[in-house]
Design a binder for this molecule. Structure first.
Ligand code: NAP
Length: 385
């Protein structure tokens, strides 16, 4: 019996994780589930899975959660300390599926326990990669990637012979505006931006996919997770989202992982690892798919990938600033306060205005994150929709 905690249990990744866990009640036991403020979904999941502890980050939602769990024997918690307590609940396997840098402290709390910590929540790894990796090394925690691309690389990458890897190739669907001109993208609506052609995901990552910042964040994530020089991580557009990424070896062999565009496959890989477990997905129908296309990314129409590459190469605080500014800009777009093309412009502006020293602790990363948010927020105020 594997004990499991899900941070961000009410989101898209959290829901996919629960789906897998609930199919095998003899194999998994839920310790803690967390959400921000979706009490109804959190309480229902906690009751269904007989979780020990359910937590909302937003303390104002705690009375409602207590009421929803009254008489069930499930403990209710609220606020940042309770989230940290859930993360440090000592589960064998913890899913990090909070969205944004808000997941940094919870992921660090989980790593301090030294179990298996699964990274779906890529933003903390982008902002605080060195700090997170050092903590995992110190505590012996095993980090497993759930992001489909990084999970694919993890499955193909020979970690015992990294010097034999020539390239990592990250695939990118190109998002809903892959074929759009810049002129067309000026008029993008929120509804168009959150409608990903292949994947069903939360609002923030859907917008990141539309700007291709998601691939930029994933480029940095890959550089953190796999021992290979940055300039040997490439991005290729693959509109079908069937080949999730590839590893190119010095002998010319290229290993790829394929699968349906459904997060339950990479999540199941991390849940059962190093074993395998069945998922409800139908076998991949290659004949039905018919063709697999690949094309070069366009850095002019999608500058976010260039900004992320520059931040990765410069290192230090740059990735944290990139991420914080992007979170602010995407939130403003989701609130219909700025236009789609202004997202990358705000990120670029913030990077130009702020250049602090490299952070060496979680608190230093969070201080840089906070300052970058203020600067990006001011830039948002300057935009008129
Ligand atoms: N969706 C995907 O297919 C996918 C694939 C790869 C990687 N990822 C990554 O996984 C992470 C989650 O993505 P998602 O699509 O599942 O997001 P989502 O659907 O928006 O879910 C986010 C989860 O985080 C919780 N949350 C939000 N703000 C919080 C805060 N300040 N403190 C604590 N909890 C908070 C939400 O709770 P409430 O429901 O109460 O708001 C929800 O449980 C992101 O980093 C994303 O980049 C997602």
């Amino acid at each position: 019996m594997k004990t499991v905690t899900i941070l961000g249990a009410t989101g898209s990744v959290g829901t996919s994780t629960l789906d897998l866990i609930e199919r095998e009640p003899d194999r998994f036991r839920v310790v803690a589930l967390t959400a921000n403020c979706d009490v109804a979904k959190l309480a229902a999941a906690a009751i269904r899975t007989r979780a020990e502890f359910a937590v909302v980050a937003d303390e104002g939602c705690l009375p409602e959660l207590r009421e929803a769990l009254a008489g069930t024997g499930i403990r209710a918690g609220g606020g940042a300390d309770a989230i940290a307590e859930a993360a440090a609940s000592g589960a064998d396997w913890t899913m990090g599926a909070i969205v944004g840098c808000a997941g940094l402290k919870p992921v660090m709390a989980a790593i301090e326990q030294g179990g298996t910590v699964v990274i779906a929540n890529k933003e903390p790894l982008v902002s605080a990669g060195d700090v997170i990796l050092a903590a995992a090394k110190r505590t012996g925690a095993t980090l497993l990637p759930a992001d489909s691309e990084h999970n694919a690389i993890f499955q193909c990458f020979d970690a015992t012979r990294p010097e034999r890897v020539r390239r990592i190739i990250l695939t990118c669907s190109g998002g809903p505006f892959r074929d759009w001109t810049i002129e067309q993208m000026r008029g993008v609506t929120l509804e168009q931006a959150v409608k990903h052609p292949n994947w069903s995901m939360g609002a923030k990552i859907s917008v990141d996919s539309a700007t291709c910042m998601n691939k930029g964040l994933e480029l940095i994530e890959a550089a953190r997770l796999f021992p290979i020089p940055h300039d040997r991580i490439e991005i290729v557009i693959h509109p079908q989202s069937v080949v999730h990424s590839l590893v190119d070896y010095v002998d010319g062999s290229v290993l790829a992982q394929l699968g349906p565009p459904d997060m339950r496959t990479p999540i199941a890989h991390t849940l059962a690892w190093p074993d395998r477990m069945a998922t409800p997905m139908a076998p991949l129908d290659l004949v039905g798919i018919g063709r697999l296309d690949f094309e070069a990314p366009d850095p002019v129409r999608f500058p976010a990938m260039r900004l992320a590459r520059e931040a990765l190469d410069a290192g230090g605080a740059r990735p944290a600033i990139l991420n914080a500014a992007n979170e602010v800009a995407v939130e403003a777009f989701l609130k219909r306060r700025i236009c789609f093309l202004e997202i990358a412009a705000i990120v670029e502006d913030t990077l130009m205005r702020y250049d602090p020293a490299a952070p060496d602790s979680v608190d230093a990363v969070l201080a840089i994150d906070a300052e970058a948010r203020i600067l990006a927020g001011k830039r948002v105020e300057d935009c008129v929709v």
